[in-house]
Design a binder for this molecule. Sequence first.
Ligand SMILES: Cc1cc2nc3c(=O)[nH]c(=O)nc-3n(C[C@H](O)[C@H](O)[C@H](O)COP(=O)(O)OP(=O)(O)OC[C@H]3O[C@@H](n4cnc5c(N)ncnc54)[C@H](O)[C@@H]3O)c2cc1C
Length: 457
Amino acid sequence: MFNNSLKDRLITLLGRENVLDSIEELSCYAYDSFLEESLPEIVVLPKSTTEVAAVVEIAATNKIALTARGAGTSVCGAPIPVKRGIVLCFSKMNKVLEINTRDRYAVVEPGVINGDLQKKLAPLGFFYPPDPGSIMISTIGGNVALNAGGPRCLKYGVTMDYVLGMEVVLPSGKIINLGSKNIKDVTGYKLSALFCGSEGTLGLITKIILRITPQPETARTVLVTFADLDNTAKAVSEIIGSGILPVAMELMDSITIREIENTLNLGLDTEAAGTLLIEVDGTAETCRREMGRIVEKVNDYGALSLQEAATSAEREELWKARRFAYPVFAKIGPDIITEDVTVPISKVPAMIAKIREILNAHDIRAGILAHAGDGNMHPLIPVDKSDTEQMKRVNQAIEEIFAAAVPFEGTLSGEHGIGLAKAEFLPLVLDDNTREFMSVIKKAVDPDNLFNPGKFV
Ligand SMILES: Cc1cc2nc3c(=O)[nH]c(=O)nc-3n(C[C@H](O)[C@H](O)[C@H](O)COP(=O)(O)OP(=O)(O)OC[C@H]3O[C@@H](n4cnc5c(N)ncnc54)[C@H](O)[C@@H]3O)c2cc1C
């Protein structure tokens, strides 16, 4: 239990302004972008690794639960402090410590906003590829702890592919350094990978070394509409199967298109059953060649219309519909569930059909959005969490969607993580031995189960 003497120790350690304990302050850290809430007993805002280690030492000695938090944009309940205790928020550890373009890395504190790093890299002709939709608000620490993806991960890979190394404070209070600034480094176990997607259950990431990449010479973007959703999805696997690797291939179904158009009036074709937003990058010649082949393929699958951006402003306009899909559906709510089921690319057409069938069977009006090029589907389900009858139908549908992914050799989450939302479904895709191995790691690192307890391990 937390008490006043522990609070006083934290205040002495961090300063009064970095220890939050009023009900108004605590309630800001009780939720993320999922449906549940749990009030922490105290929130701390450390400014250095030394301060983080000292807070961990207090939590460990007094056996108090400790949950890390970045920006709280998780959509699976990962940063919700279900066992209360301390929330340690990294918002004040937000410095870009080093950018080295010659050696192609950046060193950042975990509270750096992904978009802020991009703003520093762009004038140098570089970028950091992982681009979750929350890019302008989510932190690199949260991105690493959830192994975040995003539209351009189709070509460039996910967060883990860009983590060269990290500094971590363990539940024991010890500080360890994993990986290095080297692009290649095979020195022992690749432990930094273990922390990618660990959702704050194994350690607190206090510094991250990221691989950065030169910006491509140019990009071309096209919005294609189809009369048939199945053909929209089939065009995706046909393009990938033919050896072209676009930066992004984002699919939206008719319900998604209509809801976005109703809210934003972008001039989208509301008669289309499906749209694909496709982007290629590279040299002008590569883009010309690849886009030419993509146009042939989408025409083979009965494309109704094809709109190519001629300028970067037009490109932004084409991306606008995709970027606003989440907020548009979140407004219908008042709450929203964003699912994240993922299957091998060739199974996308069948899985999309299955998702639509399940949603219809439970009378649920939801959009389907997909990073279709990497098999990652996001049914956007507006809900009212106080409506128990509706929630029962939605939970049943979600369970059926997960179960439907299994025969396709799919998985529960492509990028959003497990958190609270999917913990109970882990046995669908991870066998007993695998889950036991995860528990063995957790118990070895955090024997008192203090770091983000009540989650998937
Ligand atoms: C509008 C919107 C769009 C989104 N689009 C995408 C998308 O395209 N792709 C995608 O992958 N996700 C997406 N997400 C989900 C979410 O933004 C990401 O998962 C993001 O990576 C979370 O970062 P955060 O800083 O908000 O972390 P939080 O939500 O604060 O925390 C996430 C998890 O990381 C842990 N954590 C945070 N910091 C640390 C640290 N320093 N050390 C150890 N553990 C830590 C927390 O305990 C928690 O378990 C989206 C969310 C929204 C709201």
